[in-house]
Design a protein around this ligand. Structure first.
Ligand SMILES: [Fe+2]
Length: 317
């Protein structure tokens, strides 16, 4: 009989374990005891890889639900439209809104920090992969925080930044779609601390990424430099970055509260389909504010001002 095996991916001597491969289990049929091992390992390692699972949409949803309430289940992150008959249609053009969003995800980011409640964890299962490229990279913001010097830690301890995907799409791709409530371009920006205390482990980590901008109390240029430096610092050390080369059937789950991730480029004319499930964060730790909270007005104003700067810079170039 198979039994669960956990193989750490980081050097055994490293102070901060980062990533583990889990074998000897089929996720749809795991016992509660196996799930308890998986759940503990998820917190310790930050991400887990389960090779050769070949989960159906329903199985992705059911495994995700073991971690908590879903933000969404078994959505397709793909460069092709899934048709009603289950087949995939033609490949999206690179300038479509969908592909602009996909390409935006090739910059280091956190998921859902541009919604009132950011997510607990994200899960991907590989359905169609390309021969080369299309990897997912993960970066450890726990080890990133630990490695900061004391002066930087003191400087950022009480700082926060706004998060918006409307900002990141404009900043990274020069895209300025109209503001439209209910879409990713909803016009809100959510203030989140630069130093996050993990709600389950109590460990501190950096909390930055492409959606972050506009640190209150700092000038725009100070804020941009600091956020850029912190992000570069996390990903500059190879031991803090893992690259996953996908094989069909792999499932990967990571802790969005402590890790950054990004997709790597690939040949966009080739089909690539991932099944994505996202587990909602606990509002006690992941809620910034709701649009109707009085505090939300400051975020909206910061976003409008920032988008104006970016538009002006685009014109000047
Ligand atoms: Fe993502």
């Amino acid at each position: 009989m198979n039994h669960l095996q956990l193989t750490p991916l980081s050097n055994a001597a490293s102070a901060q374990p980062f990533g583990a491969r889990v074998t000897g289990v089929h996720l749809p049929t795991i016992t509660d005891s196996d799930f308890s091992t998986i759940s503990d390992a998820f917190l310790t390692y930050g991400f887990l890889i389960f090779p050769e699972q070949f989960l159906t949409d329903q199985q992705n949803i059911e495994f995700g639900e073991r971690f908590g309430e879903l933000e969404f289940g078994a959505a397709k992150i793909a460069n092709q439209k899934k048709l009603d008959d289950g087949n995939y249609g033609k490949i999206y053009s690179l300038d479509s809104r969908r592909m602009r969003t996909n390409v935006g995800n090739e910059a280091w980011h956190t998921d859902s920090t541009y919604w009132p409640i950011s997510s607990k964890c994200a899960m991907l299962s590989a359905v169609k992969v390309t021969q080369t490229g299309g990897e997912t990279q993960l970066a450890d913001m726990r080890a990133g925080y630990t490695a900061l010097d004391a002066a930087t830690k003191a400087k950022i301890e009480n700082l926060s930044a706004y998060h918006s995907t409307q900002f990141s799409q404009a900043n990274d791709l020069g895209d300025f779609p109209p503001t439209e409530p209910g879409t990713l371009y909803h016009g809100e920006a959510y203030l989140r601390p630069l130093v996050k205390t993990h709600p389950e482990t109590g460990q501190k980590n950096l909390f930055v990424g492409r959606h972050a901008f506009g640190i209150p109390g700092l000038s725009r240029s100070e804020s941009r430099s600091l956020l850029g430096e912190l992000l570069d610092f996390v990903v500059s050390e190879p031991s803090r970055v893992y690259q996953h080369r996908w094989r069909v059937g792999d499932t990967l789950i990571w802790d969005n509260r402590a890790l950054l991730h990004r997709a790597r480029p690939y040949d966009y004319s080739q089909p690539r389909v991932m099944t994505a499930t996202r587990i909602a964060g606990d509002p006690a730790s992941e809620l910034a504010c709701y649009p109707d909270d009085p505090a939300a007005a400051a975020g909206r104003a910061a976003l409008i001002a920032e988008l104006e700067w970016l538009k002006q810079e685009q014109v000047n170039h």
